[in-house]
Write a protein of this length. Sequence first.
Lengths: 522, 324
Amino acid sequence: MYRFGRILARLAFALVLAAAPALADGRPGGSLVILSTQVPRHVNGALQSGVAVAIPSTQIFASLLRYDAEWNPEPYLAESWQVSDDGLSVTLKLVAGATFHDGRPVTSEDVAFSILAIRDNHPFKSMFAPVEAVETPDPGTAVIRLGRPHPALLLALSPALAPILPKHVYGDGQDLRTHPANVAAVGAGPFRLAEFQPGEHIILKRYENFFLPGRPYLDEIVIRYLPDVSTLLLAMERGEGDLRPFATGSQEIRRLRQVDRLAVTNAGYAALGPINWLAFNTRSPKLADRRVRQAIAYAIDRDYIVGTLHHGVSVAQRGPIVEGSPFFDPTVPAYDLDLDKARGLLAEVGLGDGLQLTVDYVPGLVEQQKNLAEYLKSQLKKIGIDVTVRTSPDTATWASRIAGHDFEMTMDTVFNWGDPVIGVHRTYLSSNIRPGVVWSNTQSYADARVDALLEAAAVELDPARRKQLYAEFQQIVATDLPVYWLNLLPFHTAYDRRLGNPPLSIWGVLSPMDELYWIKDK
Amino acid sequence: MTGYIARRLLHGLFLVAGVVVVNFVLLRLAPGDTATAIAGEMGGATADVLAAIRADYGLDRPLPTQLAIYLGHIARGDLGMSHYFNLPVSSLIAARLGPTVLLVASAQIVALVVGVALGVLAARARGGAVPTLVTAFTTACHAMPVFWTGIMLVVLFASILPVLPVEGMSDLRLRDAGWITRTLDVARHLVLPVVTLVLVHLAQYARITGAAMREVLAADFIRVVRAKGAPERTVLFRHALRNAALPVLTVAGLQFGHLLSGALLVETVFNWPGLGRLAFESLLRRDYPTVLGVLLCAAAMVVVVNLLTDLAYRLADPRLRTVP
């Protein structure tokens, strides 16, 4: 089994190299300018995986695995990997000849240091919480020992979530969270950090000794930060940028589509799974009965939201797991618009005369948040619910209110982050009701069946059985509705049509861009 | 004179200290803190992570303790560490100070030169269409909010007349070019932000200069100068303008503070990498040390410029040199 697995993995590695894009239609070299609104604090993805950090981090640091567009793991720093039959250990063989940007070799010691550092410092605790130890029998082999089976582990080894850090740089005893090398990073990825100008730009240069022969194809990547979307859009229209990830506004997306040199796609965000939803504080007496929440769901027209309010750029979202995920259950209740049913449900709970509620929203994403909050106000009035839209001056204020459970309903955007263990469980597990922590179970939702299903799915090694557990979970929460899922955030990537191999894997731009190249001279 | 400068510097020091204390308290009154802002950027956080961030930056201590620690650091010339970037605030300010000084100084000079010229033009015309046109133009410019003027210029030069860059301070693709190319590139990027600031601040100079010039031109000594056969250019610039310059100088000092505050909006509209944009973005991130550092820096700049204006005033008007 182990031998067979290694052969398969080596074969996959060879196929990856063989499948490296032929450059007959292009040429190596050239510069790529990425324009982004999201300003990173640093470039160390071991500390956080927000999109701002992950874009540069995945270029600077290599990870053990990477993923294609079909959720298949591919060799990266690990040329092979083997999960033990009991699921309590994963053995990884490292590719020979990989070096960090300072010339030192990548060894299993670096792997062990990195995984434990991420476990101890990254906010996504569930990624490596079951890791008890990482053994290093030889410099080319790392064995991850787990306290319980952890099928989410392989996805957690993705570039956006688990960069391999050089132990000789980051393991010098300084606090990783404030380490000077977080803004002067040394990794083993395809590009090395040449310049970090906080809030302005990052310049990445080709790493000549990158372990994948011939790659990266580009000479450099420049990431410019333009916090104002209008300014960024103008810059793209004027040809000052080659790639714009995370375009979200319908107007921006439509204008980008009108630029002849640009291709615009919503591919590349499957793993991120960004859901726009309406969350209910189930501790509020007005919202404690799920029939009230269901009534609100029946009063909301998702088709109107995606078709009219979002001008067709977004997609309706029916459950807690995004449709692109292998764990998505297409049979969850849809709650199609039915005002009579909504009024009937309210009457059942004695609220036929109506009630008053407040809704918060995340400031900034006007079209996805503020406009939907305003829509809810007008729509829920039709079933006798008087909604007051509560404004927060900035995200910090909104986060403070929601983290303190000081809300009745709130709009929110929350990401799946690949495996449900990483991005989904946190919203529904009763053990994650933690006042003071935003993006925890701020709904105060508690259901013993859901807790049991999620705990079982977290350790289930059989993919089919795991999918079944998540299907049951989705059915329950889609009935209880601690959250009503509205739409997928319409993340789009606009890129120059002359770019070969645009970043469209499940992690999109949050993955190494060593395969990108310019089709024609630029 | 030395005693005067020392007194003014001491006053300035108290003023800046007052600005620091007031801003420190005001910033903490806003809901949310650095930890929640960072959690948003991290994609989520646990209670442990939030607590660790608060402990790292001393946010878990009582407000008076935080203020005392901060003032102690300031007294030692340490502006602290940015909560967001974990870099010294002084290094962030140092990187952004140059662009802001370049923008504000350029705008000040252009506004002064053009405003004074328009004022002289209007005063010299003594009635007719020119003064009316100058007044109408400068008043209209003054009435336009600075951000609106900026946005209109962006719209104009982005799509209708795409001959000037509408954002940033330089083209990164030219960073390896020669210094002449890079200087010209910065100059091209400077045009629209400067024009925006100038348009808004032109009126003050034009109106003050015009009024002062009209008053001086009606004075007896001007009549004497003209009677002696001096050319009109000499009358205007050597005799009249020199005497009319005092109120303009005063306004120039006061305008500096307005230009700095206007730069905040202009830098945001044009993505100019200066202190204004740093302050605005840091405010949204609840990066208190950076916001306080920028405000302290701006207050110090205003104090120093006003002191320099007063000194220039004394040099221009010998009567003031004896005033304590």
